[in-house]
Design a protein around this ligand. Sequence first.
Ligand code: AMP
Length: 417
Amino acid sequence: MAQSVKGTRDLFGKELDWFQRIEDTARRAFHRHGYREIRTPILEEIEVFKRSVGESSDIVHKEMYDFVDKGGRHVAMRPENTAGVVRAAIQHRMLEASDPQLLYYIGPMFRYERMQAGRYRQFWQIGAESFQVSTPESEAESLVMLYDFLRELGLEHLSFSINSVGTPECRPAFHEAFRAFFQAREAQFCDDCHRRIQENPLRVLDCKNASCQVALEGHPVMVDFLDPASREHHARLKEVLTELGLPFQENPRLVRGLDYYTRTAFEVLSSDLGAQSALLGGGRYDGLVKQLGGPQVAAFGWSIGLDRLAMLMQQLHGETRGAALPVLIPLGPVAALKALALARTWWAQGAAFTLETRGSALKKALTTANRTGAPLALLLGEGELEKGEVTVKDLAAGTQAAWTWDEVAERLRAHQD
Ligand code: AMP
């Protein structure tokens, strides 16, 4: 029997209920802020990722799902969506006027990852990007949207971790100081860090290796090397976050895994499941649009993994409410036809319920209703047809009532709320 491809999975049932609930909450939050959805293709030319995410990054270096198609094009299944959004924004000339562009996406991403808990080769991200806005206030607007979205999902123990990674102009002085620091203790760093110090020294700060993190003790910090404008930007962001009451802490080792970030880098930490861990990250990437062949444009964005968030929601809240619906059970062929007609009007009036269409005997229909967790069974037999009623069995309480056809839709709606 065929199985889903390693690292991919089918989404259904309770897990998908959470995915949908999160997606709906995200869309509402983003639309309130004036962000509009963008859907870019899953396949992009591989160059889009090489030129943005960077050839030295683990994502491109080790994890790309890429192949040569039948036409000889070297394409990749997107490992993230920022590069594709920027490619699209340039292609459709969305960035030529100086007006802000506020965009969000929701969709699957692909990375050829080593198998571990909670990491998939096809996973989902929700992200938001704002273009043509460069102020700390614009960053705060995006962070407020993100924070309120997560709060709306019921997460309570959230805080931001922030840093500035400077600009290409002020980074060389930092790199020089950092390389000197690294060389003085290079034997303590892993092989990957030796590669990183050549290709992108900031990435050493990001190393997951515990011994590298120890070796980093006392390292030079980027915020000491910022140019005056970047320093002011960073100070202002902290001031605005403080004013708004958004909890944050500074983390000089926070760099994000990607090449195109400038100035603000951040993560959202959550302790909703005990130990504090990063839920997501993002930052400013003023260099990316130009790097991909567009104009010089300010940009800020973030993305959150939906798989992990759905798992967190499930652990925190259990099942989503109202997964199983009431069921309307007609008894006999005359009732079956009438039930279809009645159901149609009740559905049109906004009631949600399933219709038993198998023509089953009452016993079998009730067994199914109980097994699937239906809260109510609405019975339509000969007696009910004559009186214009349904008999309503509350399957949890074991009680029974009669509702007239006129009141069914309203009562079911009240039951849903
Ligand atoms: P990144 O693009 O690596 O900064 O990750 C952004 C978000 O995507 C984070 O919230 C991650 O948890 C999530 N994510 C990244 N890779 C995977 C994966 N292979 N499986 C599940 N979630 C992932």
